[in-house]
Write a protein of this length. Sequence first.
Length: 275
Amino acid sequence: MRLLGVCLLVQVLTGSIILQDPEQQRQDRTPIVLWHGMGDSCCNPFSMGSVINLLQEKIPGVYVLSLMIGSNVIQDTENGFFMNINDQISEACSTIRNDSRLTGGFHAVGFSQGGLFLRGLVQRCGDLKVRNLVSIGGPQQGVYGLPHCLGEDHTICDYIRRLLNYGAYTSWIQRLLVQAQYWHDPRAEEEFSEKSLFLADINNQGEKMNPEYPLNLEKLENLLLVKFSRDSMVDPKDSEWFGWFDPADGLTILPFNQTKLYTQDRIGLRKLDTV
Ligand SMILES: *[C@@H]1O[C@H](CO)[C@@H](O)[C@H](O)[C@H]1NC(C)=O
Ligand SMILES: *[C@@H]1O[C@H](CO)[C@@H](O)[C@H](O)[C@H]1NC(C)=O
């Protein structure tokens, strides 16, 4: 799963898909910002560490920043479960703004929930120059199923499952739990719009739309969404391509271009798809 992502990634980022001119391809060393997934950290040698090594091997001299949320690796992992996503995105924006190597623009690559958070970052921090956004298995329409955890930390995962079952939209659970902030119950759209601290906002779900969100997303050169055909992390996996349940029955999955998010062009997806 990781390798498939990385091969495709290198192709996209070195421009072998996007740029036709081989001379230009060789010179493209746009920096890359990575955001890790749930249960992982910026600097785990077996996950993000190997992605960084691979990118630097394929694109010699490229600058890669793997985002650390918090001041060390342990905090970074814990924050992936327990830090308000809105605050995480603010911190990430600030880290990127402070890094002079990124002021000329960069590609952003997010893994699992990191792919969703980076989309939020593109929409909210319009001053940053994100060129291509790659979301690898990012739950763009949220999840409606119990997440499986990477790694061995089953204690935290069991705890999260219990809380989500207890009531993802209960206000203290919303505030406490990252995964509750992108929990999306297809049979309770109204409650979701009112109570979801993150996803309902970033998907411009409510009555008052944020006009900057579509404008900022449309500035991307490319939005690449990688969906895994056998994913057990994101439920339903169609969410990785912006597919979601039909609100009429809460059961059937609609493809991305039949969802309200697309037909009403709430975040600029239709424009990106048709230009
Ligand atoms: C960015 O720089 C500002 C000003 O120097 C500082 O206050 C802030 O804490 C920095 N943010 C991060 C995330 O490093
Ligand atoms: C939706 O997207 C699919 C795949 O890109 C395409 O084949 C189909 O025609 C689109 N449907 C509409 C209603 O635009």
